[in-house]
Write a protein that binds this ligand. Structure first.
Ligand SMILES: [Zn+2]
Length: 163
């Protein structure tokens, strides 16, 4: 957003995941309640930062978590609407944030590791149980991901013993 040919710094928007949005670290700095002052400098007003407080990694990761949640939700909405390319793009952005900030992807976000499409069972993915494994097939690119459900089986066993 530009006001009078320069960036408007009065609106800190920390949860702005779109292309062209601020970097995570810059957003954390904006959200930490610091403002710019305008000072006259050789006849022209100049914006100078009031203070340079350090932005912690915790703040950056908090914003990353917010943006990833937004992107995953948007990706799922787009997939349900049928815009799969856009859905993949959103999920890819969320994954990139995850890689860069070492924040795990949001809980329960189901996506294809190969084409990063959001997987909605019944729409573009097939879930099958076979050989004590959950097989999740991506119907977009055909990749399969298998995960054993050993822990759940064990829990059931202990439940039986308690009875
Ligand atoms: Zn895929």
């Amino acid at each position: 957003m530009t006001v009078g040919g320069r960036k408007d710094r009065s609106l800190p928007c920390t949860a702005w995941p779109f292309i062209g949005g601020r970097s995570l670290r810059a957003a954390a700095w904006m959200g930490s309640g610091q403002t710019y002052l305008t000072r006259w400098h050789y006849g022209t007003p100049k914006e100078i930062p009031v203070s340079r407080k350090k932005v912690t990694n915790g703040q950056v990761r908090g914003i990353a978590r917010k943006r990833m949640a937004i992107l995953v939700r948007m990706s799922e909405e787009e997939a349900l609407r049928g815009n799969l390319e856009r859905a993949k793009r959103y999920m890819g952005l969320a994954r990139r944030i995850s890689v860069r900030t070492k924040v795990p992807m949001p809980e329960g976000a189901l996506y294809c590791r190969r084409c990063s499409a959001p997987l909605v069972p019944g729409l573009n993915c097939r879930v099958r149980l076979r050989n004590h494994r959950i097989g999740t097939h991506c119907l977009e690119c055909g990749s399969v991901r298998r995960r054993p459900y050993l822990r759940e089986t064990k829990e059931r066993r202990t439940c039986r013993e308690e009875r």
